[in-house]
Design a protein around this ligand. Structure first.
Ligand code: AMP
Length: 278
């Protein structure tokens, strides 16, 4: 089947109408696609997949990289053709945020703390655009990467709270050979920075291993050691290394419930995030 690029919500709904019977899955992205994104498309299996490509201005603060964010629609289309995606939704900003737009969706619970402490605008932008994308396509299923673990929980909460008819599915993190999580922002890294970046996942693995050995109450020390290790291997700043409840991101006191270690750290001007099971 030929790939259709829809530019408006009306075009998208028309394109999806005859395909709904067999199920529709959506994969929201900001483009500059890599194998991590394509793994989400594969995880949708069997259903008609719509991939949205939209660099969402409301999730960037004025000092962040909205203008520099990599954009390559033709390259993205070529990649999506290789995995048989039938529909791309690539709206202009005016389509998503028409003149006079005045609505913001905010999610508490998993949307508080961690990323919010450093990017206070971020999840309101994400939740608003994801709500719009899901309402535009009304998919049975939407697939989000565990790479952005807090975002996955925020979107799950949003879908439940608003009663959206979409099952939110998390998909595993796709990584480079040295463990660096694939990310469109990895393109910003110089060769030297790229070598440092490969340590983020290794440090998280060490933190998780130590946490499993730690006595009660030792988890905060494990986090602090993780921060120190990241600085020692060359990260310029560390926003957080945090061991949290895998379901709701509450601070873990022990490992009685499944936990996840999450981190955000910068090399030069590039901020990287990663996480893994403890
Ligand atoms: P982005 O284009 O960075 O906004 O990401 C779009 C979707 O792809 C989100 O659900 C991300 O979590 C997911 N994603 C990004 N990188 C990866 C990765 N390395 N592995 C799995 N999913 C990813």
């Amino acid at each position: 089947m030929a790939l259709t690029v829809c530019r408006t919500i009306a075009e998208l709904r028309t394109a999806l109408a005859p395909l709904r019977r067999d199920g529709v899955a959506m994969v929201p992205t900001m483009g500059a696609l890599h194998d991590g994104h394509l793994s989400l498309v594969r995880a949708a299996r069997a259903r008609t997949v719509v991939v949205s490509i939209f660099v969402n201005p409301t999730q960037f603060a004025p000092h962040e990289d909205f203008d520099a964010y990599p954009r390559n629609l033709d390259g993205d289309i070529a990649k999506l053709e290789t995995v048989g995606t039938p529909i791309i939704f690539a709206p202009a900003a005016r389509e998503m945020y028409p003149e006079g737009f005045a609505t913001t969706v905010t999610v508490g619970g998993p949307g508080t703390g961690l990323e919010t402490d450093f990017r206070p605008h971020f999840f309101a932008g994400v939740a608003t655009v994801v709500a719009k994308l899901l309402l535009a396509a009304l998919p049975d299923r939407a697939i989000f990467g565990e790479k952005d673990y807090q975002q996955l929980l925020v979107v799950r909460r949003l879908a439940q709270d608003l009663g959206l008819p979409t099952e939110i599915v998390g998909a595993p993190i796709a990584r480079e050979a040295d463990g660096l999580a694939l990310s469109s922002r990895n393109a910003y890294l110089s060769a030297g920075e790229r070598a440092i970046a490969g340590n983020l996942n290794k440090v998280l693995r060490d933190v998780a291993a130590r946490a499993r050995e730690a006595e009660d109450g030792g988890l905060r020390d494990c986090e602090a050691m993780g921060v120190a290790e990241l600085k020692a291997v060359g990260f310029d700043s560390v926003d957080y290394v945090a061991i949290r409840d895998a379901q709701n991101l509450a601070v873990s006191r022990d490992l009685a419930r499944p936990a996840r270690v999450l981190a955000a750290a910068s090399i030069g001007r590039t901020r990287l995030i990663d996480n893994r099971e403890v």
